[in-house]
Design a protein around this ligand. Structure first.
Ligand SMILES: *[C@@H]1O[C@H](CO)[C@@H](O)[C@H](O)[C@H]1NC(C)=O
Ligand SMILES: *[C@@H]1O[C@H](CO)[C@@H](O)[C@H](O)[C@H]1NC(C)=O
Ligand SMILES: *[C@@H]1O[C@H](CO)[C@@H](O)[C@H](O)[C@H]1NC(C)=O
Ligand SMILES: *[C@@H]1O[C@H](CO)[C@@H](O)[C@H](O)[C@H]1NC(C)=O
Ligand SMILES: *[C@@H]1O[C@H](CO)[C@@H](O)[C@H](O)[C@H]1NC(C)=O
Ligand SMILES: *[C@@H]1O[C@H](CO)[C@@H](O)[C@H](O)[C@H]1NC(C)=O
Length: 355
C-alpha cells in the first residue's frame, strides 16, 4: 500500500495527514552474484520474431555475452564478434528473474549503458506468468536510433492511462493499455530527455529507473546521473517514496484497476534484433536506412559494439511485513501458457517464460 490516510482525531494531530509509503529492501542483483537468480531463455526469439538466438547460461558465460566485468557491473550483450551467415540468427541474451514480485513492490535499476543502434531492440520490463491477463510493465524500451526511452503497460481490456495522472512527462503516445487495442502498442509514455536512451544515456554516465508496482498505481521514474536522489545513490535498506518526487509516468488505479489487471511480475532483460518492432519497415526507416536483417544482422559484427547493457544493480523493495517475493511455482499458479501472441507492432509482447 502506498498511502495511509489517517482518520481525524487525536492521532491526526500528532502525525501528518498522509504517511508517505516506505519500502524496504527484499532482494538485490549486484556484483559477482548478479546472474545467480535468473533463467536464460535458451531458445530462438519465438516471442517477438527477432533475428536472434537467446543463449543458455553456459553459452552466455563461455562466449562472454553475460558476465560481470572488472568494475563489478553486469554486462548483457549481442554477439559482436561473429560473422553471421545468411539465414542464421545472431546470438543475444534474454533473462528473467526466478522470483516474482507482488503488488506493493518497487524496483530500482541503476545502469551505465543500454543497448542501441540500428536493428537493436532492448527492454527491461516485467511480466506475469499469465499474459496478457496478468499484465506487463515496460520500464525501459527503445528501438534502432531513437533517443528517448519509452514506458508502457500491456494488459487485458479495460485499463487505460489517465490524462489526470500526476507525472512529469507530457509525451503521451497512446492511452489504451489493452493488448487488443492499436496492434498491442500498449499505453506508451515517452521519457522526455535524450539522456534516457542510446548514446545520450551512455554519455551522461547512465541513470536510474525506478518502477513502483502498487495497487494504487504503477509509476516509473527516470533520473539522469546528475539528478539521482541521494537515497538511490547507495545501497539503501529503505526508500521513502517522498524522496523520489513526481514520477515520469504514472498509471493510476483511477483508470486501471491494478489489482484486477496485474499479477506478480518477473523481471526481464532482453535484447532482440529487428523483429516485430525494430524491424517494422516504417519504424525502422524513421531512424535508420537500409534493410534491418540484410544490412545489420548479417552485416559487420561491429554494428553491435553498442548493443549491450551495463547494469550496476537491480534492487527490489517491498512493503514491510508483506510477502513481496513469491515463486512462480507457488501452489495454485497456473501452468505456463507457452508462446504469447505476436502483434504487428508488438512492443515487448511476450511471455513464454521457460520455467
Ligand atoms: C516519508 O517521508 C515523509 C516526508 O519527509 C514523512 O512525512 C513520512 O513520515 C516518511 N514515511 C515514513 C514511513 O517514514
Ligand atoms: C499518480 O497520479 C495520481 C492522480 O493524479 C495521484 O493521486 C498519485 O499520487 C500519483 N502517483 C504518484 C506516485 O505520484
Ligand atoms: C512518442 O512521442 C514522442 C514525442 O512526440 C516521439 O518522439 C516518439 O517517437 C513517439 N514514440 C512512438 C513509439 O511512437
Ligand atoms: C539531468 O536532469 C536534471 C533534472 O531533470 C536536468 O536539469 C539536467 O539538465 C539533466 N542533465 C542532462 C545532462 O540531461
Ligand atoms: C545492501 O543492503 C542490504 C539491506 O540492508 C544488505 O542485506 C545487503 O547485504 C547489502 N548489499 C551489499 C552489496 O552491500
Ligand atoms: C564488442 O563490443 C565491445 C563493447 O563495445 C568492445 O569492447 C569489443 O571490442 C567489441 N568486440 C569486437 C570483437 O570488436
Amino acid at each position: 500500500m502506498v498511502r495511509i490516510a489517517l482518520a481525524c482525531g487525536a492521532a491526526a494531530a500528532l502525525l501528518p495527514a498522509f504517511v508517505e509509503a516506505q519500502y524496504t529492501q527484499v532482494k538485490e542483483y549486484v556484483g559477482d552474484s548478479f546472474f545467480d537468480d535468473w533463467d536464460f531463455y535458451n531458445h530462438a526469439d519465438d516471442l517477438t520474431n527477432g533475428n536472434v538466438f537467446f543463449v543458455s547460461s553456459t553459452d552466455a558465460g563461455k562466449d562472454q555475452l553475460a558476465y560481470v566485468n572488472d568494475a563489478g557491473n553486469a554486462i548483457m550483450k549481442v554477439d559482436n564478434s561473429t560473422t553471421v551467415t545468411v539465414g542464421q540468427n545472431r546470438n543475444s541474451v534474454r533473462i528473467h528473474s526466478k522470483d516474482y514480485f507482488t503488488a506493493g513492490s518497487l524496483w530500482v535499476t541503476d545502469m551505465l549503458h543500454v543497448p542501441y543502434g540500428c536493428s537493436v531492440w532492448p527492454a527491461f520490463w516485467s511480466s506475469a506468468v499469465n499474459w496478457p491477463s496478468g499484465g506487463e510493465i515496460d520500464t525501459f524500451e527503445g528501438v534502432n536510433q531513437v533517443t528517448m526511452n519509452q514506458m508502457a503497460l500491456h494488459t487485458g481490456d479495460g485499463c487505460t492511462h489517465s490524462a489526470n495522472a500526476l507525472q512529469t512527462s507530457t509525451l503521451i503516445n497512446s492511452t489504451d493499455c489493452s493488448t487488443a487495442a492499436n496492434q498491442n502498442e500498449g499505453c506508451v509514455v515517452t521519457t522526455p530527455t535524450k539522456s534516457s536512451y542510446g548514446a545520450g544515456f551512455a554519455a551522461d554516465g547512465g541513470g536510474v529507473f525506478v518502477t513502483e508496482f502498487a495497487n494504487e498505481g504503477i509509476s516509473i521514474w527516470f533520473f539522469n546521473r546528475s539528478s539521482v536522489p541521494t537515497v538511490l545513490q547507495s545501497n539503501a535498506s529503505t526508500i521513502n517514496l517522498s524522496d523520489l518526487g513526481t514520477p515520469t509516468a504514472n498509471y493510476t488505479s483511477q483508470t486501471c484497476t491494478i489489482s484486477k489487471f496485474f499479477e506478480p511480475q518477473s523481471l526481464i532483460f532482453d535484447i532482440t534484433l529487428c523483429g516485430d518492432f525494430a524491424g517494422n519497415q516504417q519504424i525502422f526507416a524513421e531512424t535508420c536506412s537500409g534493410v534491418c536483417y540484410d544490412d545489420f544482422v548479417i552485416g559487420a559484427p561491429s554494428n553491435y559494439d553498442t548493443a549491450y547493457f551495463e547494469v550496476k544493480s537491480v534492487r527490489v523493495y517491498g512493503v514491510p511485513g508483506e510477502n513481496t517475493v513469491v515463486s512462480a511455482a507457488r501452489p495454485g499458479a497456473p501452468a505456463l501458457a507457452g508462446t504469447a501472441l505476436l502483434a504487428a507492432l508488438g512492443v515487448a509482447v511476450s511471455v513464454a517464460l521457460a520455467l
